[in-house]
Design a protein. Structure first.
Length: 367
């Protein structure tokens, strides 16, 4: 009963490896090999076959060398026609690039799942998307979710957005959150905490709103920022920390398996984003029982219950500084929030729990 998964437009296994997330992103699919059957990835990396040994049996259908990404996104259903004829089920990993899976569905009459881990059109509009390109994103997202037999969303809020934006029938929506390896991401009582250490993990891009964190940290005494990740904003952010007199270390991208040690050394994990989908770094911090502070925005408020599993703050420097100060000054509160967060993630977002939900959706269409 083969499952074929179409990658996000232009994304490859090499992309995941460079970001240090290839094991995390493939974990559920590796579990599905024994629970469901063969799984193959249609990717945009011409050299992705090099990763076969790391995928534990997942098949790789890479972009042929000489075929550009735009052409691949249209021609893949024909290039891999034999494999697609044999497939039981197709899945698009995100709305961006899902048109390839839609074409394959139409050509080979296969059931299709489209996963929406975030609100593609909403996020792009928040980043200043407008005009013809923004209208195209809206149309492609609409095509994807309306062509799908089932739409998988990571949070109910994403499902509600798709209903309102595209008239998607609620009966075709299923919620399957992101997962966390709760054995890897776990508390480490022997790891010494660094007093005043605030940790951020993620892309250094505008939606992560790191200037807000820097401005908030400038209002606090005896704190240090540790910023894990990379992106176009790195130079500007480094200059801003220097200008604001904030002690900061830019770690760059590291392998996901190295994150638990950094998380367990931090007193507080901070996510100051303007919006999120279903933030994996936040879930991983919570799994380590690290107290988390986030802005009260879509995606973060779907995960954090204020005062129970974390702390939500308004999206302004004073409000974020006040929230950070509250946690830094109260060790008992940090311990309570961290323990509750760990329990919540273990119950709802463990690899076992999420794989079961993924299997339920797949079996619903693959009967």
């Amino acid at each position: 009963m083969p499952l074929i998964v179409f990658f996000t437009y232009r994304v490859s296994l090499s992309t995941w490896a460079e970001r240090g997330i290839i094991e995390r992103e493939t974990a559920v699919y590796r579990r599905l090999l024994s629970e469901f059957g063969p799984v193959s990835f249609v990717t945009y990396g011409p050299h992705d076959g090099e990763f076969r040994e790391r995928l534990g049996g997942i098949g790789i259908l890479p972009r042929p060398s000489g075929l550009g990404a735009p052409a691949m996104s249209v021609l893949a259903p024909w290039v891999y026609r034999r494999r697609l004829r044999e497939a039981t089920l197709l899945k698009a990993n995100q709305p961006s690039g899902a048109w390839t899976a839609v074409l394959a569905k139409w050509m080979w009459r296969k059931p299709l799942i489209v996963r929406c881990g975030y609100r593609w059109s909403y996020n792009r509009a928040q980043d200043g998307g407008r005009g013809v390109r923004q209208r195209l994103v809206v149309l492609l997202e609409r095509l994807a979710v309306r062509a799908a037999d089932l739409v998988v969303v990571t949070t109910p809020d994403v499902g509600e957005y798709l209903q309102a934006m595209h008239g998607l029938d609620a009966r075709r929506i299923r919620v399957v959150p992101n997962h966390v390896d709760v054995d890897l991401f776990a508390p480490a009582p022997t790891e010494p905490k660094e007093k005043g250490l605030l940790l951020f993990v993620g892309r250094l891009s505008p939606e992560k709103n790191l200037p807000l964190l820097i401005d908030a940290a400038a209002q606090l005494a005896d704190v240090r920022l540790q910023i894990v990740g990379d992106g176009a904003e790195r130079s500007r952010l480094a200059a801003l920390t220097a200008a604001r007199g904030v002690r900061a270390e830019f770690v760059g991208t590291i392998d996901n398996a190295r994150l638990p040690r950094l998380l367990n050394r931090a007193e507080v994990f901070v996510l100051p984003s303007r919006y999120e989908g279903h933030p994996k770094a936040l879930l991983e911090a919570m799994a380590c029982a690290v107290p988390v502070v986030g802005t009260d925005v879509p995606g973060i408020r779907d995960v954090v219950r204020h005062g129970e599993t974390g702390w939500l703050c308004p999206e302004d420097p004073g409000g974020l500084a006040e929230g950070l100060r509250t946690l830094l000054d109260d060790g008992a509160l940090r311990a309570r929030l961290g323990a509750n967060a760990r329990a919540d993630v273990t119950r709802s977002y463990s690899l076992d729990a999420v794989t079961r939900r993924e299997l339920d959706v797949i079996r619903e269409l693959a009967r």
